[in-house]
Design a binder for this molecule. Structure first.
Ligand code: ADP
Ligand code: MG
Length: 208
């Protein structure tokens, strides 16, 4: 899906992920770990093409449409238009990606989002509810590669488990690749087919 050759990004005096090679195949689930500030989010942005690397290059599979590369944000508030109802945001996404509204409803039910919540604006639901709606919306795009940036860190443990289950079964159904940034080593071990560890000034890839 994605091949990165010698990528790095420099902000100020800090060079993030000292030139790194990385390859992500379809169906892979990569857990991304590392202390705050080591470039986990920036790595996702570079792989998705949202930020240009300062060295190296990223090749994304030419047979995939641009929408196949999707990101699930840690803080969902900024990813929803503030003055539009959640229903409208979801309907727009469904129309854009030619996704049946029934499928959206099924996803919302799996994520235990009552449909009447959708009449509200993004700032009128809880952080946990909004993150589950954000997950439903990103899955509407049927991503081939989903970069999920600490997507469940604001959810309580039960809701977190449910959201991860929905995420995993969605990527399994579609053969999508998942990169999951998480601080939770148990979650990383449970979800990842491999773990990528970022550290200050160097990068280490671990198998298993
Ligand atoms: P992580 O997700 O691992 O916490 P980030 O990728 O968000 O790390 O950030 C890595 C480093 O790069 C941090 O020191 C951060 O302050 C810096 N950084 C990230 N984005 C920018 C930016 N747009 N401008 C300047 N510095 C940035
Ligand atoms: Mg981050």
């Amino acid at each position: 899906m994605v091949q990165a050759h010698g990528i790095s990004k420099t902000y100020g005096a800090q060079q993030l992920f000292a030139p790194m090679d990385l390859q992500i195949r379809s169906g892979e689930r990569v857990a991304v770990q590392g202390p705050s500030g080591t470039g986990k989010s920036t790595l996702g942005n570079v792989l998705l093409g949202l930020v240009a690397p300062d060295t190296g290059r990223v090749e994304r599979s030419a047979r995939l449409r641009p929408h196949a590369f999707q990101k699930l944000y840690q803080d969902p508030v900024g990813s929803f238009a503030p003055h539009i109802s959640l229903a409208q945001s979801l309907r727009d996404a469904a129309r854009l990606h030619r996704c049946d509204w029934k499928a959206v409803q099924t996803r919302l039910a799996q994520l235990r989002v009552p449909e009447d919540l959708l009449a509200r604006k993004p700032d009128q639901v809880s952080g946990g509810e909004l993150q589950r709606i954000a997950l439903a919306r990103v899955l509407v795009a049927q991503p081939a590669l989903l970069f999920a940036d600490e997507p469940t860190s604001r959810l309580d443990p039960i809701t977190q488990q449910e959201a991860i289950q929905v995420l995993l079964s969605a990527v399994q159904d579609t053969g999508a690749a998942l990169m999951l940034v998480t601080h939770d080593p148990h979650l990383a071990a449970a979800v990842g087919t491999r773990t990528l560890k970022l550290a200050q000034g160097n990068t280490r890839a671990c198998a298993g």
